[in-house]
Design a protein. Structure first.
Length: 138
């Protein structure tokens, strides 16, 4: 296909090279110079703009109260928070707790995260609190 359409090969190669060179740089805000693409690419993990009201102090207090009353122990919460945050890399600002990837494969299944122990229980409990909060929102 590319033999007959070398311009497609050049375009695909340029995209792959751009990703290879820029992936480890982290957020787009770190990119400098006139050759930075204006387009946001999926592999850059874009965060959508906020299009809703943010959670206020009263809601935060209510959520904290629900978490305290959930029956989860401090140890369970800290272990889950550590498992979520420990994948963060400062070099490219990837990983960590942002996005809740601890709920998804492969992280939820990593042996170090004790997937058959408390992790799934904590995630399930926190998701129930979230669902309750979201369904009560106006």
């Amino acid at each position: 296909r590319w033999l007959e359409h070398p311009e497609e090969l050049a375009d695909e190669f340029a995209k792959a090279w751009y990703k290879l060179i820029h992936r480890d740089m982290g957020p787009v805000a770190r990119y400098l110079g006139p050759l930075v693409t204006k387009q946001t690419l999926l592999w850059q993990d874009p965060v959508p703009a906020v299009s809703h009201d943010l959670v206020g102090e009263a809601e935060i207090a209510s959520l904290k109260s629900q978490i305290r009353a959930s029956g989860l122990t401090v140890s369970q919460l800290v272990s889950t928070a550590w498992a979520a945050a420990s994948s963060f890399r400062g070099s490219d600002k990837r990983g960590g707790a942002n996005g809740g990837r601890i709920r998804l494969q492969p992280q939820v299944g990593w042996e170090v995260n004790d997937p058959d122990g408390d992790l799934r229980k904590v995630i399930r409990t926190l998701e129930e609190i979230q669902e309750s909060f979201n369904s009560a929102a106006p």
